[in-house]
Design a protein around this ligand. Structure first.
Ligand SMILES: C[S@@+](CC[C@H](N)C(=O)[O-])C[C@H]1O[C@@H](n2cnc3c(N)ncnc32)[C@H](O)[C@@H]1O
Length: 314
């Protein structure tokens, strides 16, 4: 059976396609020993290394041309390495998807997480499409947040900071890959130290794991950079400075959007209230407190405190 619109063919019963499907099922099964979501990991490997759609392959629809065998051997090697070392599949592949885009990653950057897409969604909802807008991304890592924003809002200019020179090099590469390097300035800086000018929006996915909890992280996460995860004794070390710097660097009525974990949500809410921020905390798709959207109002601190009590509301 041929699918004319895709140029792909389903070869039925006992052909090499069935052998391929069995192999993919076998690899998913093996990955299940270490991966939370083995199908997702195998999908990444298949799509990067075989350059074909994973679900179509699983359904027995294969491209008419292309060297599937070679690709499959690479996928097998990647899975073997994953099983042997527990090294995250994204580092093995050197790539990770985020907000529908493909990012280079290596061990100098955090692997972009699906929940961080909520930061981008909130940011985009605050950025007009028809005027210039100045945005800062604090702790840019792979550059995923700044790049996703710049790709989706062609009039945005960004400053993206990080304390890791190696991370900034990857972020620059990602910005160039997506054609937005002329609108993002990457700077080595502690939060916003030394960054000039004011911003219409500040976004961040800061490190927020409490130091004590670092040793309980799952094996794969321990391969990621410590400075991307460790938020100090109470998880708030970088967040405190983010609030301080943002208070000075945001234009009036402008927003700060940043990711948190449910473990620190209450402490973050207290901090925001004590520093006169108006805020809401958005939940992620699994109902966990995940993204803070805040504005700073220097003149009405008492009023600000009252309004700040909307913790947990969307
Ligand atoms: C949780 S990772 C987020 C990376 C990326 N934005 C993402 O969402 O995948 C935090 C990043 O902040 C950087 N970082 C840690 N402390 C920082 C600081 N004081 N100032 C700027 N960046 C910092 C780390 O190097 C790391 O790249």
């Amino acid at each position: 059976m041929t699918y004319p619109e895709t140029g792909r063919e389903k070869i039925s019963a006992f052909g090499h396609v069935d052998a391929l499907r069995l192999k993919l099922n076998d690899l998913t099964y093996k990955l299940g020993a270490v991966a939370h979501n083995p199908d997702y990991e195998l999908k990444l490997a298949v799509e990067y290394l075989m350059r074909t759609d994973f679900w179509q392959l699983k359904a027995g629809i294969v491209p008419l041309n292309g060297d599937l065998q070679h690709g499959l051997r690479l996928v097998e090697k990647a899975v073997e390495l994953r099983l042997k070392t527990r090294f995250p599949i994204q580092y093995i592949l050197g790539r990770a998807p985020f907000f529908g885009l493909d990012f280079y990653v290596d061990q100098s950057v955090l692997i972009p997480r699906p929940e961080t897409e909520l930061v981008v969604e909130q940011a985009l909802s605050l950025i007009p499409e028809d005027r210039e807008f100045r945005c800062a991304d604090v702790g840019t890592g792979s550059g995923c947040i700044a790049v996703a924003i710049a790709v989706n809002r062609p009039l945005v200019r960004c400053v993206a900071t990080d304390i890791s020179e190696k991370a900034l090099a990857i972020a620059r590469k990602n910005a160039a890959k997506h054609g937005v390097d002329d609108r993002i300035d990457f700077l080595l800086a502690d939060v916003l130290d030394g960054v000039k000018g004011k911003f219409d929006l500040i976004v961040s996915n800061p490190p927020y794991v409490k130091t004590d909890e670092m040793r309980n992280l799952q094996v794969e996460v321990k391969f990621e950079p410590e400075e991307a995860l460790d938020g100090g004794e109470d998880g708030l070390k970088v967040i405190r400075k983010l609030l301080r710097d943002s208070g000075k660097k945001l234009k009036a009525e402008s927003h700060l959007v940043f990711e948190i974990s449910p473990m620190i949500a209450e402490a973050v809410a207290e901090l925001l209230e004590s520093e006169s921020w108006h805020y809401t905390i958005k939940e992620d798709y699994s109902g966990q407190a995940r993204v803070v959207v805040a504005t700073h109002n220097r003149e009405v601190s008492g009023f600000g405190k009252a309004l700040g009590k909307i913790f947990g509301k969307g």
